[in-house]
Design a protein around this ligand. Sequence first.
Ligand SMILES: N[C@@H](CCC(=O)N[C@@H](CS)C(=O)NCC(=O)O)C(=O)O
Length: 232
Amino acid sequence: MKLYVVDDGPPSLACRMTFKLLNIPFEQIEVNYNVGEHLTETYAKLNPQKEIPVLDDNGFLLSEHIAIMQYICDKYAPDSQAYPKDPTLRALVNHRLCFNMAHFYSAIAPYTLGTIYFEYPRNAVGLKRVHMALEVFEEYLKRIGKKYVVADHITIADFPLVTSMICLEGIAFPYDKFTRVKTWYETFKRENPELWAIAEGGLKVIQEIEKNPPDLSKLDHPIHPVRKTAKH
Ligand SMILES: N[C@@H](CCC(=O)N[C@@H](CS)C(=O)NCC(=O)O)C(=O)O
């Protein structure tokens, strides 16, 4: 089984954490985002969306990190509490996964990675979106009242939320006032060192490129204005 990943990509890191938690062997194939390897027609055969990650399970191709995590659990660890079968718990896991992709990460990614890689400003509207997303996450943690985002144990719902947080930590974004978010994030790091090590690898890359922007001279992006010089 092959997983095509990018080293600082939150969706890729979340998939890798799922493999790690479930102890499932796989071959990790690095895709070079900075030269636009994912934008080639060769890569489009794996994923017509031209996005990373993609899973190739013996010829079965699957993109979208949420679908990949759910598939891995359903196929290779159907009894794992990481993706519980109980309908209410599973609904909450699915909710958190959708919440992250549609609301939380979609506010955080443009403000953090988006402004490192592309000529987009880190402006007040972006900041407000991040604060609003953190407020909502804080509220969900308050309502659920558990150690992790769904239960007192880890589920796959924690992974993408953790990998969104590394984007904030990577640019030294102050999130301390969101006390439940901070506590959950610190608990995750402390109690899951092997899983955290995967996310931390991505965090270190983000911290580095925040200081020294990557060389994107070979990236010809069809949508985004590629940042050719350091800014912030
Ligand atoms: N919807 C995809 C999105 C994954 C994604 O955003 N991947 C980024 C890398 S971290 C990407 O490939 N972006 C394409 C681009 O910027 O050209 C998922 O959830 O897996």
